[in-house]
Design a protein around this ligand. Sequence first.
Ligand code: SF4
Length: 183
Amino acid sequence: MTDSCSRLKFVSAFFFFPVRSLLGRIGMRWDISAIANAYYREEFNRVPAAEKAVVLPHCLIDEKCQARFSKEEGVLCVKCERCRCGEIRDLCEERGWQFYISPSTNFTKRLVQRRGIRAALGAACDFEIEKGIRSTRITLRGVRLKRKKVIPQVLLTSRYDCLHNDIDWELLRRIILNGAGGV
Ligand code: SF4
């Protein structure tokens, strides 16, 4: 896709987002996170590893999670293997990326500020994505979180469930290993 085509697609997808249910009735539907991921992909891959972070939502951790909570860094995974967060934490450490499990969107915004994160790979359900679009300034140069712009890549959670959620863990691994858009 050419730069101008991708930009036009991105701008249109967000411009018409508020009336998407109306347009859906005449058969016009689009996957906003796929369009945004495609648009930001190259820029995301250009950010150095140390300024990249995987920031996962706490709905992905196991009910019997052994982690402690830190006000500074969120859920501190101890790699108990009850969920796959520990494995992703290991992979991030190997590749020099930062890794966090966040209890809330506001926590993530403060984290980005504190830790100098320039590109964030996260996961969210449709509801959180929609809430984020309504409450966050999304620009062609990134998503504004407090005073910082961050280049995002988002994986959709497979369930609309705050307790037993799941994501495509293999895709997450491939993005860390090969870059966004990598296979
Ligand atoms: S692997 Fe980490 S995040 Fe997952 S349940 Fe264990 S301590 Fe919690």
